[in-house]
Design a protein around this ligand. Sequence first.
Ligand SMILES: Nc1ncnc2c1ncn2[C@@H]1O[C@H](COP(=O)(O)OP(=O)(O)OP(=O)(O)O)[C@@H](O)[C@H]1O
Length: 644
Amino acid sequence: MAGHAHRASLRGGTKDGAESVASVFRQHTTLLVTGVLLGLLGVAASLTQPWAIGKLIEAAGRNESLAQPIAQLVGLFCAGALFSSLQAYIIGRAGENIVFDVREILTGRLLRADLTAFGKQSQGDIFTRTVTDTSLVKIALSQSLAQLIISGATVIGGVVLMFLIDTWLMLITMSCLGAASVLSIALARKLRKVALENRDDTGDFASDVQRVLSALPTVKASRAEPREAARIGRLADKARRSGIRVNAFNALLMPSMNVGTQGALAVVVGVGMSWVARGEMNMATLTSFIMYLFQLVSPLVMFFMGVGQFVQGRAAIQRVDELARLPQEGGGTPAGQASMAVGPLPGQRPAVEFHDVRFAYRRGKQEERTPVLKGVSFTVPARGLTAVVGPSGAGKTTMFQLIERFYAADGGRVQLSGQNIEALPLDTVRGLVGYVQQDSAAMRGTVRDNLTYAQPHATEYDIQEAVEMAGLTSVIAQLPQGLDTELGDQGSGLSGGQRQRLCIARTLLQKPAVMLLDEATSNLDSDSERDFRDVLRRVSRQCAVIAIAHRISTVIDAEKIVVLEGGRVRATGVHQDLMEHDELYRRLAGSQLHAGPGQVAPAAAPVPMEPWTPPPALAIGWPAYAGLTEQTVRLRPITNEERW
Ligand SMILES: Nc1ncnc2c1ncn2[C@@H]1O[C@H](COP(=O)(O)OP(=O)(O)OP(=O)(O)O)[C@@H](O)[C@H]1O
């Protein structure tokens, strides 16, 4: 429980992600310490073995019974094997738990990352850090750390016992090992540097592969395969070269220790045998000493292998911590936000208000700002269709991103039904606002998964209604498994227009209080677009619909049109007024907005607001809004009486 509470606090708002890997490590110290203790018992068992062999040799020399020394020796072998396998299992288990927790925390922080900060990271590098680097963290914090402690203890224990056996022989051994250790430590330092370079190079390689794969049709259409293959090849080669350097230092690390131990062995055997020949040392003592020296070789090698792995793991820990430090949305307190109670939002206020809103995206490392919205003010009524038109780059989508609170305004105020959206919990804002994006975001998974993504517990009835309203019924009927047909990445398997309708249905199912449509009809054919206009009319009686429109047919139906130019509201009004008084609107209506024959001439009469009863088959089950309230939209199931 404590561990979970701790993890929750980490997810919820660690200011400095650098603590996260260390904190996870601390949660697993009990298991790790148990593993290390078992390993130390194994060390004790193996350190006693040369002593038992010495006893066996002495007993044989004295012609005594060998049964007891042999039994002792076998017992020590078995105990050593048991303890070391238990230690390996427990440390391995702790390692898996560590990597699970690190990945869980990292995923949580990535999903709640602030979009400005997230946008600066390459997705391939994020992927490498989340998958590969976390595996290295596991190895560093479990296996190599345990290996360092256990083999370190074996070496220390062996050294102490060898001192007790013969001080001079041990001093000779120490001087050989000391020289080798100095070299090994220098190599380990260098290894850490090249390991970090290699992790970065691997991240760059992964980023580029991801970049190309996500735009594969563009690559093919541009005949860029050879260029991309060469470019990715160069990055792969850079990773290969730094990988070889890592390997070279790793390869030098162990032999440097081996040379030290082998040198020590040669000297000890030579000196020891001459002492035995002169009768200054007995054979059993020399055998025990040499056995300890042999026993020292493997732990010493393991120790320096552990150093190598730990050093590489530290490079990975650094990269994971950097990623965990990504600034979080809404101050990084999503858990608190989601559970915060919100009072009812007043019903008579406009659904959305922009008051002198200013905003600039931050680009590059220096966070250079180019103003995009330069004091935008307008209001959107609680019901009805508001169209936003303007030249490309005017800031229309940016306005939507501020309403969704993907970004915070630099100045001014964005209000949802009279409340500053900065003061509302993020979860509430995103529950109230439904967003059909410009590029119709669909995902790998079934059509049903895609439809119910914002409303996972939607009933079959609601799903059918949304599908019907979005004009998807015949499309789904033709799919091999209907709603359960699998789609590929980015919803491949459907046409652009079908994907767009899928996203519209998803948003309809969410029953938002404010629906944002970013060129949502751009991929629809004329018939589908006409049907969708009918849907819009019905939906806009239930909630505020704000549509970025490039078709005049959408715009002439609007109760209000906002003309945006260069990050400023240039004019607002209805179609006929704007045609008469706004030069840009007239130009847009004549060119960029596409009119079907006979569609432009009459100014559309405003859609009446009186209650309207739809045919039962089309009722989507929207709540009858008295106003925008957390209760009606998010918390309370919709009753039959509330359905329209
Ligand atoms: N993530 C971003 N980072 C930096 N600049 C951005 C980002 N998104 C948009 N911009 C810039 O902000 C400006 C407004 O973009 P926006 O997408 O809001 O325009 P728009 O009016 O919706 O255009 P369009 O009709 O072409 O979709 C553009 O100059 C664009 O280059």
